[in-house]
Design a protein around this ligand. Structure first.
Ligand code: SAH
Length: 251
């Protein structure tokens, strides 16, 4: 079984430091820098797309969304050089932006349609929400750290992604005002399938979540609802940060 490293034990990025924007301390550089868009790393991006294909991501719409969303906008300045590496990276509040392959894999497994309304629990950087926003009608994403929610919301505005509603709060309560959802994706590890989320799932809906012990190995589990009946299927082995109850008290 392949284990995807996404959690607190994530490997240290191999390339750190030098942001991709150049050295603005030298005014002579600025003309040069201005010609190149922030974070332009076309070779890195090409390799990134090849890696996704080689690892088995085949859905054309998912690949298009991965190609379209600039991951460098979702990582801090110190990680610009690693934005297109296939690894999880640290973000604020002790959380992580998931490994791109896992984002791609979960997006593919979510089996979305353009008319869908999707709930994400665990906004983090907003990257997964941004990918989903390219594929569906509407995304609601909930994050327990207000800081992370605020930053992710600003990123959506910068990128002009207008169909994402980012909320700070407890994702375990879902979003009753917008329920039912065609699809729900949880991007933090749950020890049990949250009942409230199952209730907010539409009939013929699909809920995807990492299920298993906090700090251990979890499995992506696909819960499908059909005619009121639930079915559960176990997929990839993963490691996610924990899904914790309640809104974070600080930050
Ligand atoms: N999807 C994110 C990565 C998620 S990391 C991305 O694309 O970057 C998991 C996130 O879930 C963390 O930010 C954590 O704070 C959040 N989280 C954990 N429990 C939560 C809960 N009950 N409600 C909302 N967010 C939660």
């Amino acid at each position: 079984m392949r284990l995807e490293g996404i959690g607190s034990d994530l490997p240290k990025p191999t390339v750190l430091g030098s942001p991709a924007y150049g050295d603005s301390a030298n005014p002579a550089d600025e003309g040069e820098v201005a010609k190149q868009p922030v974070g332009d790393d076309s070779v890195g991006r090409m390799q990134f797309m090849l890696t996704m294909r080689r690892r088995g991501i085949g859905d054309a719409a998912v690949l298009r969304a991965l190609d379209e969303v600039p991951r460098e906008h979702f990582v801090g300045p110190e990680f610009q050089d690693a934005a297109y590496a296939d690894q999880a990276l640290p973000i604020a509040c002790g959380q992580t932006i998931s490994q791109p392959y896992v984002v791609a894999y979960m997006t593919e497994q979510l089996d979305v349609q353009p008319q869908h309304k999707v709930l994400e629990v665990g906004t983090g950087s907003g990257y997964q929400a941004a990918i989903l926003s390219r594929l569906v009608h509407e995304v609601v994403s909930i994050e327990r750290y207000r800081t992370l929610a605020d930053v992710a919301r600003a990123r959506m505005e910068t990128l002009g992604y207008q169909n994402v509603d980012i909320r700070s709060g407890d994702g375990l309560a879902g979003a009753p005002d917008k329920a039912p959802f065609d699809r729900i994706m949880v991007t933090a590890a749950a020890e049990t399938v949250p009942d409230v989320l199952v209730e907010q799932l539409a009939d013929d809906g699909l809920l995807l979540l990492p299920l298993g012990p906090h700090g251990g190995i979890q499995r992506i589990v696909k819960v499908t609802k059909s005619g009121g009946e639930l079915q559960q299927e176990e997929l990839l082995g993963v490691r996610f940060v924990p899904l914790l109850p309640g809104q974070a008290r600080e930050l």
